[in-house]
Design a protein around this ligand. Structure first.
Ligand code: AHM
Ligand code: MG
Length: 339
């Protein structure tokens, strides 16, 4: 028999934390459990991709003009269904849907929260069996009652109540923060329960990884080009040259950098000044987690979590990682801001 650590399940953990808030009625606990339930269903499907007919495209494009994969659509349906059934949330913004999905039924209309979600991020990696993820942001609604609205979702990251991601990797993990540190839970596949495996996650003191799609080097702002050169300089005292690692799956790149110490950059370019990643359900959640883990997240100049969103699928450049690394990149961005 394998020896086991003293295990705390996700449910035990959040109930324990909830007792720190005497007025809490458990809605956020239930919401996180709804997300965990959908994640387990998506995980099951991902694990048998290749055996069931889930690879490939649906034949449609999503709102970003990207071809939708069958698993993108499946994951989207699962999260919507679980969140609607759970009735703690009154609206969702999803990468796969152009408009806010407002839940208009007698239970959900009373829900206190709204969620922005990328149900399956990095889905271009599915066929290659590379890690993919789900990323989510949870806000308290602004409206009083009824189905949630666009206005409920257009909130800056500083208003986040909770945020997290699920990484479908060599093991499946749920990592989230409610603003009191970051905790990681690994799915025990034998019993289907997320168990606390990474309590109070922090960026390591020593960091030497940089992650960026260097194939786009020619289009990067001068500051980013200078930062890449800085990473590649020979200076053993500061562990340079750094190691370059890029999976092309935000959740996987971010998660590795959180564990091992590294900066992730998806900058703007001349053609696409706001970059590729979406503010509401990609940049903000990882920014909240990074800050809670002792790191920093900016668009090169401004704190990601302070940006007031104007639209649901708005994009933002992203520089996220250990404070010192992000601050060095910011310094070079300030000095060399031209493209
Ligand atoms: P997606 O939401 O369509 O999957 O795109 C987002 C993904 C991120 O996971 C990843 O960081 C980025 O796109 C990679 O982009 P690129 O292939 O341009 O490097
Ligand atoms: Mg995505």
């Amino acid at each position: 028999m394998r020896s086991r650590k003293n295990i705390k399940t996700l449910t035990e953990f959040i109930i324990e934390r909830q007792s720190e808030y005497p007025h809490a009625k458990g809605a956020l606990t239930r919401l996180l459990n709804d997300i965990a339930t959908a994640a387990k269903i998506v995980n099951r499907e991902i694990n048998s991709a290749g055996l069931v007919d889930i690879f490939g495209y649906v034949g449609k494009e999503n709102v970003q003009g990207e071809a939708q994969k069958k698993l993108d659509v499946y994951a989207n349906e699962q999260f919507i269904a679980a969140l609607q059934a759970g009735a703690e949330c009154c609206a969702i913004a999803s990468e796969e849907n152009e408009k806010v999905i407002s839940f208009k039924n007698e239970f959900s209309e009373l829900g206190k929260y709204v969620i922005a979600i990328d149900p399956l991020d990095g889905s271009s990696n599915i066929e290659a069996n590379v890690s993919i993820g789900t990323i989510f942001s949870i806000y308290r609604r602004k409206s009083e009652i009824g189905g949630g609205t666009l206005d409920d979702l257009l909130q800056p990251g500083v208003n986040l109540v909770a945020a997290g991601y699920v990484i479908y990797g060599s093991s499946t993990m749920l990592v989230f923060t409610t603003g009191k540190g970051v905790n990681g839970f690994t799915l025990d596949p034998t019993v289907g329960i997320f168990c606390l495996s990474h309590p109070d996650m922090k960026y390591p003191e020593v960091s030497n990884i940089y992650s960026i799609n260097e194939g786009n080097y020619i289009y990067f702002p001068e500051g980013v080009k200078k930062y890449i050169k800085f990473c590649q300089e020979d200076d053993p005292e500061t562990l340079r040259p750094y190691t370059s690692r890029y999976i092309g799956s935000l959740v996987a790149d971010f998660h590795r950098n959180l564990i091992k110490g590294g900066i992730f950059i998806y900058p703007g370019t001349k053609q696409h000044p706001t970059g590729k990643l979406r503010l509401l359900y990609e940049c903000n959640p990882v920014a909240f987690i990074a800050e809670q883990a002792g790191g920093k997240a900016t668009d090169g100049f401004n704190r990601i979590m302070s940006i007031q969103p104007e639209s649901l699928h708005q994009r933002a450049p992203l520089f996220v990682g250990p404070k010192k690394m992000v601050e060095k990149a910011e310094e070079l961005m300030r000095d060399f801001s031209a493209f």
